[in-house]
Design a protein around this ligand. Structure first.
Ligand SMILES: Cc1cc2nc3c(=O)[nH]c(=O)nc-3n(C[C@H](O)[C@H](O)[C@H](O)COP(=O)(O)O)c2cc1C
Length: 187
Protein backbone atom coordinates (compact mmCIF):
# COMPACT_ATOMS: atom_id res chain seq x y z
CA UNK A 1 0.00 0.00 0.00
CA UNK A 2 1.21 3.49 -0.83
CA UNK A 3 -0.04 6.50 1.11
CA UNK A 4 -0.92 9.98 -0.09
CA UNK A 5 -0.97 12.55 2.70
CA UNK A 6 -3.75 15.11 2.21
CA UNK A 7 -3.16 18.07 4.54
CA UNK A 8 -5.60 20.95 4.59
CA UNK A 9 -6.99 23.89 6.54
CA UNK A 10 -10.64 24.89 6.46
CA UNK A 11 -12.87 27.23 8.46
CA UNK A 12 -16.18 26.87 6.63
CA UNK A 13 -15.89 23.43 5.08
CA UNK A 14 -15.19 24.04 1.38
CA UNK A 15 -11.52 23.09 1.44
CA UNK A 16 -12.35 20.14 3.68
CA UNK A 17 -14.90 18.90 1.13
CA UNK A 18 -12.23 19.16 -1.56
CA UNK A 19 -9.79 17.22 0.65
CA UNK A 20 -12.32 14.43 1.06
CA UNK A 21 -13.02 14.37 -2.69
CA UNK A 22 -9.29 14.11 -3.39
CA UNK A 23 -9.09 11.21 -0.93
CA UNK A 24 -11.76 9.31 -2.88
CA UNK A 25 -9.68 9.88 -6.02
CA UNK A 26 -6.58 8.50 -4.32
CA UNK A 27 -8.49 5.40 -3.31
CA UNK A 28 -9.69 4.94 -6.91
CA UNK A 29 -6.13 3.76 -7.59
CA UNK A 30 -5.44 0.17 -6.62
CA UNK A 31 -2.99 -0.17 -3.76
CA UNK A 32 -3.15 3.50 -2.75
CA UNK A 33 -4.68 4.96 0.41
CA UNK A 34 -5.25 8.53 1.57
CA UNK A 35 -4.31 9.93 4.96
CA UNK A 36 -6.48 13.04 5.38
CA UNK A 37 -5.41 15.39 8.17
CA UNK A 38 -5.89 18.97 9.29
CA UNK A 39 -2.62 20.86 8.77
CA UNK A 40 -2.05 21.38 12.49
CA UNK A 41 -2.26 17.61 13.17
CA UNK A 42 0.28 16.51 10.56
CA UNK A 43 3.55 15.03 11.86
CA UNK A 44 6.97 14.57 10.28
CA UNK A 45 6.32 10.82 10.16
CA UNK A 46 3.16 11.41 8.12
CA UNK A 47 5.33 13.00 5.43
CA UNK A 48 8.12 10.45 5.63
CA UNK A 49 5.68 7.54 5.35
CA UNK A 50 3.87 8.97 2.29
CA UNK A 51 4.71 8.57 -1.39
CA UNK A 52 2.84 11.72 -2.25
CA UNK A 53 1.53 14.90 -0.68
CA UNK A 54 -1.54 17.01 -1.45
CA UNK A 55 -2.02 20.35 0.27
CA UNK A 56 -5.35 22.16 0.29
CA UNK A 57 -5.80 25.73 1.43
CA UNK A 58 -8.45 28.42 1.52
CA UNK A 59 -7.33 31.68 -0.10
CA UNK A 60 -6.78 34.19 2.70
CA UNK A 61 -5.99 37.75 1.69
CA UNK A 62 -4.50 36.47 -1.55
CA UNK A 63 -2.25 33.89 0.05
CA UNK A 64 -2.37 30.49 1.75
CA UNK A 65 -3.95 29.87 5.15
CA UNK A 66 -1.51 30.45 8.03
CA UNK A 67 -1.96 26.89 9.29
CA UNK A 68 -0.76 25.48 5.97
CA UNK A 69 2.20 27.87 5.96
CA UNK A 70 2.98 26.97 9.56
CA UNK A 71 3.12 23.31 8.58
CA UNK A 72 5.55 24.16 5.79
CA UNK A 73 7.68 26.41 7.97
CA UNK A 74 7.87 24.03 10.93
CA UNK A 75 7.47 20.36 10.01
CA UNK A 76 8.42 20.57 6.31
CA UNK A 77 11.41 22.82 6.85
CA UNK A 78 12.96 20.28 9.24
CA UNK A 79 12.50 17.56 6.62
CA UNK A 80 13.92 19.90 3.98
CA UNK A 81 17.09 20.25 6.05
CA UNK A 82 17.44 16.45 5.97
CA UNK A 83 16.47 16.14 2.26
CA UNK A 84 13.68 13.78 3.29
CA UNK A 85 10.99 14.96 0.88
CA UNK A 86 13.04 14.94 -2.32
CA UNK A 87 11.37 12.91 -5.07
CA UNK A 88 7.98 12.51 -3.44
CA UNK A 89 5.02 13.54 -5.57
CA UNK A 90 3.15 16.74 -4.71
CA UNK A 91 -0.01 18.58 -5.70
CA UNK A 92 -2.28 21.32 -4.45
CA UNK A 93 -5.85 22.60 -4.46
CA UNK A 94 -7.45 25.77 -3.12
CA UNK A 95 -10.82 27.24 -2.31
CA UNK A 96 -11.64 30.94 -2.47
CA UNK A 97 -14.66 33.20 -2.30
CA UNK A 98 -13.68 34.69 -5.65
CA UNK A 99 -14.37 38.45 -5.56
CA UNK A 100 -14.73 39.55 -9.18
CA UNK A 101 -14.20 37.24 -12.13
CA UNK A 102 -10.47 36.72 -11.69
CA UNK A 103 -10.46 34.43 -8.70
CA UNK A 104 -9.53 36.84 -5.89
CA UNK A 105 -5.91 35.74 -5.47
CA UNK A 106 -6.35 31.99 -5.95
CA UNK A 107 -3.68 31.73 -8.61
CA UNK A 108 -0.96 33.53 -6.65
CA UNK A 109 -1.90 31.38 -3.65
CA UNK A 110 -1.42 28.24 -5.74
CA UNK A 111 1.87 29.46 -7.14
CA UNK A 112 3.20 30.29 -3.70
CA UNK A 113 2.31 26.78 -2.52
CA UNK A 114 4.03 25.24 -5.54
CA UNK A 115 7.02 27.48 -4.93
CA UNK A 116 7.34 25.87 -1.50
CA UNK A 117 6.86 22.41 -3.04
CA UNK A 118 9.70 22.99 -5.49
CA UNK A 119 11.92 24.05 -2.61
CA UNK A 120 11.06 20.81 -0.82
CA UNK A 121 12.14 18.79 -3.88
CA UNK A 122 8.66 17.44 -4.67
CA UNK A 123 7.73 16.24 -8.16
CA UNK A 124 4.82 18.54 -8.90
CA UNK A 125 1.74 17.09 -10.61
CA UNK A 126 -0.25 19.78 -12.49
CA UNK A 127 -3.85 19.58 -13.69
CA UNK A 128 -3.99 19.23 -17.50
CA UNK A 129 -6.78 21.00 -19.34
CA UNK A 130 -8.24 17.78 -20.83
CA UNK A 131 -9.27 16.59 -17.36
CA UNK A 132 -13.06 16.21 -17.24
CA UNK A 133 -14.81 19.11 -15.46
CA UNK A 134 -11.69 21.29 -15.90
CA UNK A 135 -13.90 24.13 -17.17
CA UNK A 136 -15.66 24.38 -13.80
CA UNK A 137 -12.60 25.07 -11.66
CA UNK A 138 -9.44 23.92 -13.32
CA UNK A 139 -6.21 25.85 -13.38
CA UNK A 140 -3.01 24.29 -14.59
CA UNK A 141 -1.75 24.34 -11.02
CA UNK A 142 -4.64 22.35 -9.58
CA UNK A 143 -8.37 22.57 -8.84
CA UNK A 144 -9.85 25.87 -7.64
CA UNK A 145 -13.15 25.72 -5.79
CA UNK A 146 -15.13 28.94 -5.77
CA UNK A 147 -17.33 28.97 -2.70
CA UNK A 148 -19.36 32.15 -3.40
CA UNK A 149 -21.41 33.19 -6.42
CA UNK A 150 -20.82 36.37 -8.43
CA UNK A 151 -22.70 38.41 -5.81
CA UNK A 152 -20.55 36.85 -3.08
CA UNK A 153 -23.35 34.76 -1.61
CA UNK A 154 -21.74 31.74 0.04
CA UNK A 155 -22.93 28.46 -1.45
CA UNK A 156 -19.89 26.23 -1.09
CA UNK A 157 -17.90 24.55 -3.84
CA UNK A 158 -19.79 22.89 -6.68
CA UNK A 159 -20.19 19.16 -7.33
CA UNK A 160 -18.23 19.61 -10.57
CA UNK A 161 -15.26 21.05 -8.69
CA UNK A 162 -15.43 18.16 -6.23
CA UNK A 163 -15.42 15.72 -9.17
CA UNK A 164 -12.43 17.56 -10.63
CA UNK A 165 -10.62 17.42 -7.28
CA UNK A 166 -11.30 13.71 -7.10
CA UNK A 167 -9.56 13.33 -10.46
CA UNK A 168 -6.62 15.40 -9.24
CA UNK A 169 -6.30 13.04 -6.27
CA UNK A 170 -6.34 10.12 -8.68
CA UNK A 171 -3.60 11.67 -10.82
CA UNK A 172 -1.40 12.26 -7.76
CA UNK A 173 -1.92 8.67 -6.60
CA UNK A 174 -1.09 7.28 -10.04
CA UNK A 175 2.07 9.37 -10.25
CA UNK A 176 3.12 8.41 -6.72
CA UNK A 177 2.47 4.74 -7.43
CA UNK A 178 4.69 4.95 -10.51
CA UNK A 179 7.54 6.75 -8.72
CA UNK A 180 7.19 4.76 -5.45
CA UNK A 181 9.36 7.15 -3.48
CA UNK A 182 12.42 6.32 -5.60
CA UNK A 183 15.46 8.43 -4.76
CA UNK A 184 15.60 9.93 -8.23
CA UNK A 185 17.90 12.81 -7.25
CA UNK A 186 20.75 10.72 -5.89
CA UNK A 187 24.05 10.71 -7.82
C1 LIG B 1 -9.53 35.94 6.55
C2 LIG B 1 -10.10 35.57 5.22
C3 LIG B 1 -9.53 36.09 4.07
C4 LIG B 1 -10.04 35.75 2.82
N1 LIG B 1 -9.44 36.23 1.69
C5 LIG B 1 -9.87 35.83 0.47
C6 LIG B 1 -9.20 36.25 -0.71
O1 LIG B 1 -8.20 36.96 -0.67
N2 LIG B 1 -9.67 35.81 -1.88
C7 LIG B 1 -10.76 35.01 -1.98
O2 LIG B 1 -11.13 34.62 -3.09
N3 LIG B 1 -11.43 34.58 -0.88
C8 LIG B 1 -11.00 34.98 0.35
N4 LIG B 1 -11.64 34.53 1.47
C9 LIG B 1 -12.77 33.61 1.31
C10 LIG B 1 -12.34 32.15 1.49
O3 LIG B 1 -11.18 31.87 0.76
C11 LIG B 1 -13.44 31.24 1.00
O4 LIG B 1 -14.62 31.48 1.71
C12 LIG B 1 -13.04 29.79 1.10
O5 LIG B 1 -13.92 29.01 0.32
C13 LIG B 1 -13.06 29.32 2.53
O6 LIG B 1 -12.67 27.98 2.59
P1 LIG B 1 -13.15 27.07 3.80
O7 LIG B 1 -14.63 26.88 3.65
O8 LIG B 1 -12.41 25.79 3.62
O9 LIG B 1 -12.78 27.77 5.07
C14 LIG B 1 -11.17 34.88 2.72
C15 LIG B 1 -11.73 34.37 3.89
C16 LIG B 1 -11.22 34.69 5.13
C17 LIG B 1 -11.84 34.12 6.38
Amino acid sequence: MGTILIAYASDYGSTEKMAKAAAVGVQDVEGMVALVKKAEDVTADDFVNSYGILFGSPVHMGSMDWRVKKLIDTVCSGLWMQNKLNGKVGGIFVSGGGFGGGGGGCEVTMLSMLNNFAELGLLIVPLPKMTADYKYGGLHWGPYGRSADIDMNHGGVSDEVLALTRRHGKHIARAAKAVKGADIFSE
